[in-house]
Ligand binder design. Structure first.
Ligand SMILES: Cc1ncc(COP(=O)(O)O)c(C=O)c1O
Length: 359
């Protein structure tokens, strides 16, 4: 029980150049156009603080009846899976995969059947792989868009095909969209998979794309009946949310255009640093995604764990070993942090990779 990845992240020794975290550099309170005197400790919040519920619904273009406010994407994933899965059910999950998703499904007693997202295929989802893996016991298909750990984007045509496969099998599709709003502004505009049909449940938060981790402002979008079940289940976990956090979440939606600009300007700088330092490094096999805050190179020659340990010890730089995502030949680099630190960390990865002799 629990998450080996989360425990590893939380107990890592601090690095001078931390490239472990996957979100944007923390957003300062001053960017939210509010001040502490405007924050109340208590306020109306039963099944959602109404102004925040409306703000999320507007942000997503969804009816408020379809919105469930949650403590981060993490709780949205938990509520969705707990409402949709019973012990012994089968879940299809992408591999590589954000480790908390299979850990959560296992905790709920489900059996996990992986479907591949191959690095040599740019981490694309091939619906025929899902068709092959699905069985009459499959209740749920789980994927992330953008993909954690590769930042690959799943287009609507592919999502719609996956939706059709799920519908034929009487299953649902859970799409974790916590990175979706970090697509580069010049990429195709992407909307939530929720809009593709009632078989979709999507989850998201302000955590990753806006650097607002501490607010825990998350949500799920689901057809109204499932949304109601998720609200009811959430009663068992928290009764009511922290109202100051709800008000700050509301302020964040009020400043969302400014936050969006901050994200794209910040990431443009860090993506440039990435291209200049590691973009064509001979020791790495790389997929260049259309945005996002992480990359997932393969270390030619293997020995990722030893490489990661040497990187931390001799270069003061931390990355996430790919074994946590089910891809031990890869490692994940977080690009969302402080620009100077990210550039310096990337340079150190380049140096360490040049001297890497494999296992
Ligand atoms: C795919 C994915 N979903 C959810 C989360 C957690 O998001 P939140 O902070 O909104 O709970 C993470 C964090 O790394 C993630 O990578």
């Amino acid at each position: 029980m629990g998450s080996p990845y989360m425990e590893w992240v939380k107990t890592q020794p601090p690095a001078e150049f931390p490239l472990v975290t996957s979100g944007l550099q923390f957003c300062p309170l001053s960017l939210l156009d509010t001040h502490l005197a405007a924050i109340e400790i208590n306020g109306p919040s039963f099944y959602g603080h109404p102004p925040l519920l409306d703000a999320v619904a507007r942000h997503c273009g969804a009816d408020p009846d379809c919105v469930v406010l949650t403590e981060g994407t993490s709780m949205a994933n938990h509520l969705a899976m707990a409402c949709l899965l019973r012990s012994g059910d089968e879940v299809l999950m992408e591999r590589p995969c954000y480790e908390l998703l299979p850990s959560l499904a296992s905790y709920l007693g489900a059996t996990i059947r992986p479907f591949p997202r191959r690095s040599e295929d740019r981490f694309r989802i091939r619906p025929e792989d899902i068709r092959k893996a699905i069985t009459p016991a499959t209740r749920l298909i789980v994927l992330s868009n953008l993909h954690n750990p590769s930042s690959a984007f799943v287009d609507e045509a592919t999502l719609a095909e996956i939706g059709d496969i799920a519908k034929d099998a009487g299953a649902k599709v859970l799409v974790d969209e916590v990175y979706l709003e970090s697509l580069r502004p010049d990429s195709v505009p992407a909307r939530s998979a929720f809009h593709l049909g009632s078989q979709f449940v999507t989850t998201n938060s302000l955590t990753k794309c806006y650097g607002l981790n501490g607010l825990r402002c998350g949500w799920a979008l689901a057809e109204p009946d499932l949304a109601r079940r998720m609200w009811r289940l959430n009663d068992l976990f928290g009764v009511i949310p922290a109202h100051p956090a709800e008000q700050l979440g509301l302020a964040a939606f009020g400043a969302i255009d400014k936050l969006r600009r901050r994200t794209s300007e910040h990431m443009a700088v860090n993506w440039r640093a990435f291209e200049e330092t590691l973009g064509s490094h001979p020791a790495l096999e790389l997929f260049h995604p259309p945005g996002g805050t992480v990359v997932f190179p393969r270390l030619r020659g293997g020995g990722v764990d030893a490489f990661g340990a040497r990187l931390l010890r001799d270069y003061g730089t931390s990355v996430v070993p790919g074994r946590f995502f089910g891809s031990p030949e890869h490692f994940r680099i977080g690009l969302g942090g402080d620009a100077a630190k990210v550039r310096a960390g990337l340079r150190r990865i380049a140096d360490a990779a040049s001297g890497h002799t494999g296992e």
